[in-house]
Structure formats: C-alpha cells, structure tokens
Design a protein around this ligand. Structure first.
Ligand SMILES: [Fe+2]
Length: 258
C-alpha cells in the first residue's frame, strides 16, 4: 500500500462510469468489464510504484492517471457502442476532454493535473515522445505498464482453450490455430513491438502481446509478467514450429534482461 487516500477519486470514477451504463445487458456487461479494468490497472500501478519505491509526487500522479486512464471508454461506448478507436474516436484524447469537462482532477495541483492528462492522452499511443520530461514521463510509463499487465490477464482469460470468445476483447480476429502472420513474427524476432494493423488471427494477437515485453518500463513489471507466467501461457498456444521456438527464446530472454 502506498498510504495515499484514493477513496474519493475511486468513487468519482465509479460514479462517472455508472452514468454511462446502458439499459441493454450486453452493453452494460461490456462497460462493467471496462470499469473493472480501470480499477485493476489502478491496483497494478500501486504495486509498481511501491516495488519501485517511487517518490510521493510521482506515485500520486501515477495512481490518478492509472485510475482515470480509460475514462474516455465510457462516453466512447455510450456514443458508438464499440471500444474500437478506429471505428469511433481516440479514447485517450476523449479521456482528457472528459476529465477537463467534468473537473474530475480538481483536487490535484496544476503540475499533477498536467502530468495526469499527459499520461491519459499518451496511454494508448504506440510510443512515448522521447522529449517528455520526467515529471510527466514516469507516471505515463507506470500507466502503460500497469495497463499491459492487466490486458495480459484479460486476453489470456478469453483466449484459453474452451473459453467463449468475446469479439469486443478479441477484436473479431479469426481463430486459425496453425496460422501466424510472417510480418508480425519478423517484428518480434527483430525486437520490435508488433503492429496492431498487421494482426489477422488470434495467434497474431498472442504474438503482439508477447512483443509487449520490449515495451515494459520497470523491472517490477517484468517481474510481474515472469511471476504470473503470462508469456509461457501465450507461447504454449502457438503452433509448434521452429520459428516460433525462436520467438520463445527471444521474448523470454528479453524478459530476463534489463
Ligand atoms: Fe485505454
């Protein structure tokens, strides 16, 4: 525990999310999954800030940003009935507009507010700009790691053999157990993050998640991936091919390094 009192912002997020819950049971369940995700990412951020012994200013910014990182998801889904940014709107940007419009960051000082808004707008971008100063970059890195730690878990729950796939989670990708897209395999072997636009099958999604190991910022995050066995669980579902064995060696060694 960080000892920071986060009860008021947690209640504010839950209240805001519930305002957007729809009457339709399926829609409500999709939105409530997203609210649960926000709360778990907040907990993941708490673990990272604690294990990394981050100072109080950084911790406060990180926790607020983690809690509100997906606040844009609720108005997004209410308006468009999808979490797909390509078919609706950039939910990071919408999150910033929402936080400002609803004054949800009012209890924070100016510098904290700027750091939180920066982390929210950047949480869903492929890279952080290298010019970002540390007071904003460190919370943004915490949020990105915490978000990934929870998404590993969510996607694994949905990709387990025999589990019912929810197209909102698996993004409509087809289940083709023997097929991995070459371009994604090459990106991973080259130590690069996979490109969402190249995904065609569920195996590609597994590969993309494996490639996130290159984009974890804190050793506490790599430690969590290691302890929970996320990579092995993803890799075990991929076809038994020599090239996939190379992928396994590459990502597992990346997890141990740095
Ligand atoms: Fe997000």
């Amino acid at each position: 525990m960080t000892g920071m009192d986060m009860e008021a912002p947690v209640l504010a997020l839950v209240g805001f999310a519930r305002e957007h819950f729809s009457a339709d049971a399926q829609d409500r369940s999709n939105m409530s999954l997203k609210l649960d995700h926000c709360l778990r990412v907040f907990q993941e951020a708490e673990t990272i800030t604690t294990r990394e012994c981050l100072p109080p200013n950084t911790t406060r910014r990180s926790l607020w940003a983690a809690l509100f990182h997906d606040v844009g998801r609720f108005p997004q889904y209410a308006a468009h009935k999808t979490f797909d940014d390509r078919k609706s709107t950039d939910h990071g940007r919408l999150g910033v507009r929402t936080l400002k419009r609803r004054c949800l960051l009012k209890p924070l000082n100016e510098q904290d507010r700027k750091a939180v808004l920066t982390a929210v707008i950047l949480h869903n971008k492929r890279f952080l700009p290298s010019s970002l100063p540390d007071w904003a970059a460190v919370p943004a890195r915490v949020v990105r790691d915490a978000d990934k730690l929870d998404i590993f878990q969510v996607v694994l729950n949905h990709l387990r053999p025999g589990s019912r796939t929810n197209p909102v989670v698996t993004m409509g990708l087809r289940d083709d157990p023997g097929v991995c897209t070459d371009a994604l395999v090459s990106q991973i072997l080259a130590g690069k993050q996979g490109d969402y636009a190249r995904m065609r099958t569920l195996n590609d999604f597994r590969l993309l998640l494996c490639s996130w190991v290159y984009d974890l910022n804190f050793s506490a995050s790599r430690q969590a991936v290691q302890e929970r066995g996320y990579l092995n669980e993803l890799l075990d579902e991929l076809p038994d091919l020599p090239i996939i064995r190379r992928v396994r060696e590459t990502v597992l060694s990346a997890l141990k390094q740095r």
